[in-house]
Design a protein around this ligand. Sequence first.
Ligand SMILES: NC(=O)c1ccc[n+]([C@@H]2O[C@H](COP(=O)([O-])OP(=O)(O)OC[C@H]3O[C@@H](n4cnc5c(N)ncnc54)[C@H](OP(=O)(O)O)[C@@H]3O)[C@@H](O)[C@H]2O)c1
Length: 324
Amino acid sequence: MKYIRLGGLEVSRIGLGAMSMSHAYTGAGTDDAESVRTIHRALDLGVTLIDTAEMYGPFTNEELVGRALKGRRDGVVVATKFGFMSHTGRASGVDSSPANIRIAVEGSLKRLGTDYIDLCYQHRVDPDTPIEDTVGTMAELVAEGKVRHIGLSEAGVATIRRAHAVHPVAALQSEYSLWTRDPEAETLPLLRELGIGFVPYSPLGHGFLTGQIRSTDGFVDTDWRKNNPRFTGENFQRNLHLADEVRSVAEEAGATPAQVALAWLLAQGDDIAPIPGTKRVERVEENIAADGIVLSVEQIEKLDNLPAAAGGHHDEAGMRLLGR
Ligand SMILES: NC(=O)c1ccc[n+]([C@@H]2O[C@H](COP(=O)([O-])OP(=O)(O)OC[C@H]3O[C@@H](n4cnc5c(N)ncnc54)[C@H](OP(=O)(O)O)[C@@H]3O)[C@@H](O)[C@H]2O)c1
């Protein structure tokens, strides 16, 4: 496994997203023992970055990660997020007020069974709290030793600049993959100018780019993808050819489609650490092996030129929370 820097923080360049173990996708919470084995296998294979959030479950995903890391905390970069749940009574749930951050972080520390969070992200920008106040509170938590590095998620470029002026931001976590190219235009250049790392979430397109999802019939009602425009109606059918294109490059490269989707992201720069999510040992092994896949210039070009996906990458309410 190769290691890179997100700002001042060293991480394995492939991390593990723990969300689907407890939240949002079909099968979440059904086999915690396998999820714990998956985290352990990732650590054994050199992964250091484990990603969770207060809102996954809610709460149960942090508890699961905490259980898995018992006795194995050293050397692990534990990343979690606040700000998508309000403990101060805001109906929207989006709350990065100083009071809410403090309550959220105390809860995360307890559930994770640790006395510090390596990388603490604001989950979504809060339009009702100036980013300076949010980052000011995060900086206080750093000074108190409860947080080591700070991050933002899906923040817009102006907000990133303002935040970084208050306290160095180690990483931005936003959606980036073969079918979500939005960060390339403005965000990545700014991050590079400021020396901030990038953590692509949903790097496998919520599993779609692996080519294993040919129908959504098996999704349970609580599966977020049921309301995702790319997974619904005609869009889903139209998007299937994207997965087929990824598969054809994979066959040529002697890799799996998931590995190609990850190798393409890794080829974008050594300041990028994707966090593919899985709750299965077999798949975490497959995804981590993407670290050894080198795509040819022609293969990267073919992937670069894939047509745009049909449908937005979140539903309308979700889209309104991005890029603020
Ligand atoms: N900051 C944010 O707002 C935000 C939003 C979404 C996600 N995230 C973070 O990003 C992480 C990853 O994103 P994600 O889970 O949404 O999407 P993803 O990594 O693109 O895809 C995960 C899905 O792909 C499946 N999968 C994983 N590896 C596979 C393989 N090799 N072959 C076939 N299927 C495979 C998983 O199923 P199984 O689990 O059944 O293997 C799961 O359903 C999350 O865990 C979370 O930590 C952050």
